[in-house]
Design a protein around this ligand. Structure first.
Ligand SMILES: Cc1cc2nc3c(=O)[nH]c(=O)nc-3n(C[C@H](O)[C@H](O)[C@H](O)COP(=O)(O)O)c2cc1C
Length: 146
């Protein structure tokens, strides 16, 4: 099962830590969506999209990449980190995947250090996340995927 994980992790590299932990144990191709422009996902059976959350959704850059790069009919999964859980963060990404006739295998999200806006004044929230347990849970999630 050839697997790629495309990530956009621009705030603190929190989400990239999940991807790195998975890549340490499993054979995946990690693609930095902010740097690599000419990648092609056609040759992968399974594609993960990994993003920080901004304003309740995956980063706009990630949603745009999904629209542009996800071929029809793939198996996909989602990884994300957020400052404070309040919403269904994968909804917009799921909609794009459904439009592309993807099979959605699952999602894993955990806290990630957040210094956006006023949180900066108090030294940030979700400090020290993702922590070791968060990373192990991400790896376990990946290991359970079909
Ligand atoms: C512009 C901006 C908006 C954000 N909006 C939310 C939000 O709506 N909900 C939330 O839980 N976290 C929010 N966060 C926190 C990030 O999702 C969190 O810090 C995440 O771990 C960042 O991931 P990254 O380091 O991989 O980019 C926001 C952060 C930024 C910079």
């Amino acid at each position: 099962m050839k697997t790629a994980i495309v990530y956009v992790s621009t705030h603190h590299g929190n989400t990239k830590k999940l991807v790195d932990a998975i890549a340490e144990k499993y054979d995946i191709t990690a693609i930095d969506g902010t740097r690599e422009k000419n990648f092609d996902l056609a040759g992968f059976d399974r594609i993960g999209f990994a993003s920080g959350i901004a304003f309740g959704k995956f980063y706009p850059q990630m949603l745009a990449l999904m629209n542009e790069k996800l071929p029809e009919g793939k198996a996909v999964f989602f990884l994300y980190t957020y400052g404070g859980r309040t919403e269904m963060y994968c909804n917009a990404a799921r909609k794009i995947a459904e439009k592309k006739k993807a099979t959605i295998l699952g999602e894993y999200g955990c806290k990630g250090y957040d210094t956006f806006g006023p949180f900066k004044l108090i030294g940030g929230i979700s400090k020290n996340h993702p922590d070791e347990a968060d990373l192990q849970n991400a790896v376990a999630f990946y290991g359970r995927l079909k």
